[in-house]
Write a protein that binds this ligand. Structure first.
Ligand SMILES: *Cc1c(COP(=O)(O)O)cnc(C)c1O
Length: 376
């Protein structure tokens, strides 16, 4: 059996090696390392794929979120509502900009931000909501957009885990994750569903004015060369990464299908198991399975992880510590017990190997090993 990995980037590369190597070589031969044609080409291909007006490439997903908030001109003291169950970057950029993160709990089934909890957290200082499409399935965007309109709030989607997912509105309309709110941040970190060979990111928006402002922000706040009207940042997607992404974007739908097939296999193996809850499939969204995450019940999650390690099966806990329990984010407003769903999930979730190169032999071994532990 092939070695089981959480993510198999080498197996994926081997299948498209000639195309990738050629694309990288072209950037080197033309020495167009920064803002070269590869960046523009990838940008326009991604705009078409997502059906969004503006893709603004940048250096990573964390920067993408930060630039979005800078572009919206959010000011210190403004309250930004986000989820307590996410990767740290979401809250980090809010804190770095001197904004006030307001955490709310998630829905038990989808692990996504709970719209009713958002409603309760709104104050006169609230300016924006940051839903995170966690593990590859969209947050309840229709409800979130409705709340945002009622209270005149911006919606900043954290799409880092969900590129390619479709959100399905109640009238049947479909939109790609990251194209629904005012603006959205995306990461091309290698292990993400559309990953480059280093760091990379992008911001998506349909708003012309905001796009123009964010293009200024990512380029040192520069409007005319060497005239800086704003305090900006330096955040670029380099041409070699863009060249890799342009090739891989052509395969994104295939990659999503491979992940969904692996997820279907897992689902079938664990169906109706009393100790293993398979991921909820929300009818309002397709699921692109950045992670395949089980919730364990009456079972020692950490022992299961150790048991799998002895069988050379990697498994990860995303995320073991809720945002409000992180040392750097201690806040007198929050204490243990405030976000019961998040706290319960952080103690009971486990994510299984999930990538585009999973084969049946591996899936069979992983599922039978988990069942062996759960059934004993
Ligand atoms: C990966 C990720 C980020 C950060 O992306 P980087 O490219 O690593 O900066 C932000 N939010 C979420 C939910 C992520 O998964």
């Amino acid at each position: 059996m092939k070695e089981i990995r959480m993510v198999d980037l080498k197996g994926q590369y081997d299948k498209i090696k000639p195309e990738i190597d050629k694309a990288i070589q072209e950037v080197i031969e033309t020495t167009t390392f920064i803002n070269g044609p590869a960046v523009r080409d990838f940008q326009s291909d991604l705009e078409k794929y997502l059906d969004v007006k503006h893709v603004i490439p940048c250096a990573n997903g964390t920067d993408a979120l930060q630039v979005a908030m800078m572009g919206l001109d959010l000011k210190p003291g403004d309250e930004i509502i986000t989820t307590s169950f996410t990767f740290i970057a979401t809250a980090e950029v809010i804190a770095l900009l001197g904004l006030t993160p307001v955490l709310v709990d998630v829905d038990e089934k989808t692990f996504n931000i709970d719209p009713e909890a958002i409603r309760k957290a709104i104050t006169p200082k609230t300016r924006a909501i940051v839903p995170v499409h966690i593990f590859g399935q969209c947050a309840d965007m229709e409800k979130i957009e409705k709340i945002a309109k009622e209270h005149n709030l911006y919606v900043i989607e954290d799409t880092c885990q969900a590129i390619g997912a479709d959100y399905i509105f109640s009238d049947g309309t479909r939109k790609k994750a990251g194209t629904i709110g005012d603006v959205s941040g995306m990461s091309f970190f290698p292990s993400k569903n559309l990953g480059c060979y280093g760091d990379g990111g992008a911001i998506f928006t349909n708003d012309d004015k905001l796009a123009q402002q964010m293009r200024i922000v990512v380029n040192h706040g520069m409007v005319v060369r060497y005239y800086h009207d704003y305090v900006g940042v330096n955040s670029r997607l380099d041409s070699i990464q863009a060249a890799v992404l342009k090739v891989k974007l052509q395969y994104l739908d295939e990659y999503i299908k491979a992940r969904q097939d692996a997820a279907d296999y897992y689902d079938a193996a664990f169906a109706n198991h009393p100790k293993l809850v398979t991921p909820f499939r929300d009818p309002k969204s397709t699921h692109v399975f950045h992670q395949y995450t089980l919730v364990t019940k009456d079972l020692d999650r950490d022992e299961l992880q150790k048991f799998l390690t002895t069988k050379n099966i990697p498994a990860m806990v995303y995320y073991p510590v809720p945002m409000h329990m992180q040392k750097a984010y201690q806040d007198p407003r929050y204490k243990e017990g405030d976000f019961p769903v998040t706290e319960k999930l952080s103690k009971s979730v486990i994510s299984l190997p999930m990538h585009t190169e999973m084969d049946e032999e591996q899936l069979k071994f992983i599922t039978s090993s988990i069942l062996e532990f759960a059934n004993r």
